[in-house]
Ligand binder design. Structure first.
Ligand SMILES: Cc1cc2nc3c(=O)[nH]c(=O)nc-3n(C[C@H](O)[C@H](O)[C@H](O)COP(=O)(O)OP(=O)(O)OC[C@H]3O[C@@H](n4cnc5c(N)ncnc54)[C@H](O)[C@@H]3O)c2cc1C
Length: 618
C-alpha cells in the first residue's frame, strides 16, 4: 500500500504540471468510512479526503483494550496524514491496533478512489498467502457395504490426509504444527472467513502459562483444582504442568526470541502453595497484540499444512463397529465434503461462548456478552457427543465481568469503570460489593471463589458526580457526554424518573439509594462490605443508568480428555483416533489462573497433534 500511495503521490506531483488533469484528482473529495479488525474488535474510522490527500481521520467506533488507546488513536492517524501513507511505524505495544488503523484508512482510500475495497484487500492477501487447495469433484466409495468390507471403503472420501484438525485457534494451530512435525499430512479446517480466524486466541492477552518449577507448579494447580478431585485426576494435572513447564522452550523452538518475552509473575491466588513458580510468557513482549497467535500462524504457513477457511467441521465420520473415527465431514461453498483422517482427528473448535442455548443449558445464565470468539458455538462439543464422548465441567468458565453491548455491536466493551456508582439488578436492589476484586471472573463468596453473581438485566447507576468522575470505558468521551447523547447511558432528573426509564420499581430504587447513601455517610457498607474508602454517594441529580451484562472470556467445559489428549467415551475409554486441545474441554474444573488456557492450547496441542499423527494399527 505504501508503494501505492507513494506512487499516487508521484502521480499527483506530475499532475500538478497538468492542471486540466489535476482537476479530476485522485480521490472524490468527501468522508469515507473504513473498517479493519483490531486486537479486540472492529476499528472503524471516518477518513476525509480532498482531491489529492488525506485531510483528517476520525474514530467512529473501536473496542480496543490496549493501555495505549489514547496514544495509538492520536499518533498513528497523524503519522498517516503527515506521511500521506499508511505504511507508517506502528506504536510499540499496540501493533495490531496500529495496523488496523492503517488498514481502515486503506479501505476508506479505496472507496474515495471509487474502487472496491474488498477486491483490493483480497488481491493483496492472495498475493501474500498460498492459495486454498481445490477440492476435487465428488469421489465414489471404493466399495459397497457388505460382509467383510471395511467400513472406511464405503465412504465417498473427497480428500485424504493423515490428520484433520478442526479449529484454527492456538490449540488447533499447535496441533497442526505438531502433527506436521511428526511427519503427517495435515488439513486444518476453520469455520470463520479468512482474516477472522483465531477465535479467542487472537484477541487474548497472549499470556502462556509456563511455571518455573514443576513441583511447585503442580502444588499450585492442585490447589486451583480445589475440591474437584474426582473430575480432574492427579495424573492429568501432572501432564498439564509438565508440559506447561516445557512451553517456553517450545515457543522458542517455534521462533520466539527469549530476549523478547515478557515474563510475568502472575499468581492470581498468591496464598496458594507454589504460587511463586507461576509465570506467564508473552511472545514479543506485547499483551493483547496477537503475538502468540501470529507466531503460530507463521509456523502453520511455513509448513506443508493445508488450511481451508469458511469450512466448518460438522460431523465426525465413525466406523459404527470399531468406533474408530475415520474422518470429518465439513461444509465448503454449500457442499458436504468428506475428509479422511487416516491417523487421527483433533477437535479444537473452542468453547460455546457464542451459543446462547448452550449457555442457558450449561452455565445457568440467560445470556452473556460475546467478547471475542463469535464463531465458537460449541460445534466440536456436539460432534464429539455424536460419537459418544463424555463431557466434563461444562458449568465452569473463565468467568464474568461487567460489560456493555452497544446496539448493533457484535462484541461487548468489557473494561468498564463502575466504581463511581452502584450496580442494581432487575428489582432495583444492590447485590454485591461493586468494587470487589475478581480473579478471572470469580468472586470470593464465603471463602469459595465462584462465578460473579449476575441478576439480569443489571444497571450501573450513578449521579452527576459519578458520570463526570471518569469515562465508563477508557475510550469514551469526557464526562461520557457522547455516550449519553447516543442513548447508551440514560439520564433523568430524579431517581424515580430514572427508575421508570430503565423499568425498575421507583420506590425500590429510591430505597436502595437511601440505604446505600446512609452507608456512605456512616463509612460502612453493612450490606456487602464495600470498603469505606470506595463508598461514593449517589445523591446529586441528574442521575444516570447504563444497562450492563456479563462478559465472559471463555468456557472451560467440553469433551473429557485424558493425558494423551484422547477424547473419552462415557465409560472412560478413549474414542479411537479422536483427540482434542484448547478450551474445548479444558483441564480447569474450578479456579483458574490467567495464562492457563493458552498454556493448555500449546501443551495439549503438542500432545494431540503428535499422537494424532502416529500411524495406528486399527
Ligand atoms: C479477551 C480475552 C483475553 C484472554 N487472554 C488470555 C491470556 O492472556 N492467556 C490465556 O491463557 N487465555 C486467555 N484467554 C482465553 C484464551 O484466549 C482461550 O481460552 C484460548 O484462546 C482458546 O483457544 P482455542 O484454540 O481452544 O479456541 P479459539 O482460540 O477460540 O479457536 C477456536 C477456533 O475454532 C473455530 N471454529 C469454531 N467452530 C468450528 C467448526 N465447526 N469448524 C472449524 N472451526 C471452528 C473458531 O472460528 C476459532 O477460530 C483470553 C480470552 C479472551 C476472550
Amino acid at each position: 500500500m505504501k508503494k501505492y500511495l507513494s506512487l499516487l503521490l508521484v502521480v499527483s506531483m506530475m499532475l500538478m504540471l497538468a492542471p486540466a488533469v489535476l482537476a479530476e484528482g485522485i480521490y472524490t473529495p468527501g468522508t469515507y468510512e473504513g473498517s479493519a479488525a483490531g486486537a479486540s474488535g472492529t476499528v472503524t474510522l471516518a477518513v476525509t479526503f480532498d482531491e489529492n490527500s488525506i485531510v483528517s481521520i476520525e474514530v467512529v467506533s473501536q473496542t480496543e483494550t490496549t493501555d495505549m488507546i489514547d496514544k495509538v488513536f492520536s499518533q498513528v492517524p497523524q503519522a498517516i496524514i503527515d506521511a500521506q501513507s499508511t505504511e507508517v511505524d506502528g506504536l510499540t505495544g499496540a501493533t495490531i491496533t496500529s495496523k488496523a488503523i492503517s488498514k481502515a484508512v486503506e479501505m476508506a482510500a479505496a472507496l474515495a478512489r471509487g474502487e472496491d475495497p474488498a477486491a483490493a484487500a483480497a488481491g493483496e492477501e492472495a498475493a501474500a498467502e498460498k492459495a486454498e487447495i481445490e477440492i476435487p469433484e465428488a469421489a465414489a466409495p471404493a466399495a459397497e457395504a457388505g460382509l467383510g468390507v471395511d467400513y472406511a471403503d464405503t465412504i465417498a472420501w473427497d480428500l485424504t490426509y493423515d490428520v484433520v484438525v478442526a479449529g484454527y485457534g492456538a490449540g488447533g494451530a499447535t496441533a497442526a504444527i505438531a502433527a506436521s512435525d511428526a511427519g503427517a499430512s495435515v488439513l486444518l479446517l476453520e469455520k470463520a472467513p479468512k482474516g477472522e480466524e483465531g477465535g479467542n486466541s487472537k484477541f487474548a492477552g497472549q499470556d502462556v502459562m509456563g511455571p518455573t518449577d514443576y513441583d511447585k507448579g503442580l502444588a499450585y494447580y492442585k490447589a486451583l483444582r480445589g475440591l474437584f478431585t474426582t473430575s480432574v485426576s492427579d495424573s492429568m494435572l501432572e501432564t498439564f504442568v509438565r508440559e506447561a513447564v516445557a512451553n517456553p522452550q517450545y515457543l522458542q523452538d517455534l521462533g520466539a526470541k527469549y530476549d523478547e518475552f515478557w515474563i510475568k509473575a502472575w499468581p492470581e491466588f498468591p496464598e496458594f502453595e507454589g504460587s511463586d513458580s507461576i509465570y506467564t510468557w508473552i511472545v514479543g513482549g506485547q499483551s493483547f497484540q496477537g503475538t502468540l497467535y501470529k507466531l503460530l500462524q507463521d509456523n502453520v504457513a511455513s509448513r506443508d499444512i493445508d488450511v481451508l477457511y469458511e469450512a466448518p467441521a460438522q460431523h465426525l465420520i465413525q466406523d459404527p463397529f470399531t468406533k474408530v473415527v475415520l474422518g470429518v465431514q465439513f461444509e465448503k461453498d454449500g457442499r458436504k465434503v468428506n475428509a479422511r483422517a487416516k491417523n487421527g482427528v483433533v477437535l479444537a473448535t473452542g468453547g460455546f461462548e457464542a451459543n446462547t442455548e448452550m449457555i442457558q443449558n450449561y452455565l445457568q445464565q440467560p445470556y452473556v456478552y460475546v467478547v471475542a470468539a463469535r464463531y465458537n458455538t460449541g460445534d466440536g462439543i456436539k460432534m464429539a457427543q455424536e460419537v459418544g464422548a463424555d463431557l466434563w465441567h461444562m458449568s465452569n468458565s473463565a468467568g464474568f465481568t461487567w460489560g456493555f453491548m452497544a446496539p448493533g455491536a457484535q462484541t461487548a466493551v468489557r473494561s468498564l469503570t463502575l466504581t463511581n456508582g452502584i450496580i442494581v439488578g432487575p428489582t432495583g436492589q444492590r447485590f454485591m460489593d461493586e468494587t470487589t476484586s475478581l480473579r478471572h471472573g470469580k468472586m470470593n463468596y464465603g471463602g469459595r471463589w465462584v462465578s460473579m453473581i449476575t441478576p439480569l438485566p443489571a444497571y450501573f447507576v450513578c449521579d452527576q458526580n459519578g458520570i463526570k468522575a471518569a469515562p465508563l470505558s477508557r475510550s469514551w468521551s469526557e464526562g461520557n457526554a457522547e455516550e449519553i447523547e447516543k442513548g447508551w447511558i440514560v439520564k433523568a432528573d430524579t431517581i424515580e424518573e430514572l427508575a421508570t426509564k430503565i423499568g425498575v420499581d421507583p420506590a425500590v430504587l429510591t430505597a436502595t439509594l437511601e440505604k446505600y447513601n446512609g452507608f456512605c455517610d456512616a463509612g460502612e457498607d453493612l450490606q456487602y462490605g464495600r470498603p469505606a474508602e470506595k463508598l461514593v454517594k449517589v445523591s446529586e441529580g441528574p442521575f444516570y443508568a447504563m444497562e450492563i451484562g456479563p462478559c465472559m472470556l471463555n468456557t472451560q467445559g467440553g469433551p473429557k480428555r485424558n493425558e494423551q489428549a484422547q477424547i473419552l467415551d462415557v465409560n472412560g475409554n478413549p474414542i479411537p483416533h479422536l483427540y482434542s486441545t484448547g478450551e474445548m474441554g479444558a483441564v480447569f474444573a474450578d479456579m483458574y489462573n490467567g495464562g492457563g488456557n493458552l498454556g493448555e492450547c500449546v501443551a495439549f496441542g503438542r500432545i494431540a497433534g503428535t499422537n494424532a499423527a502416529a500411524p495406528k494399527a486399527e
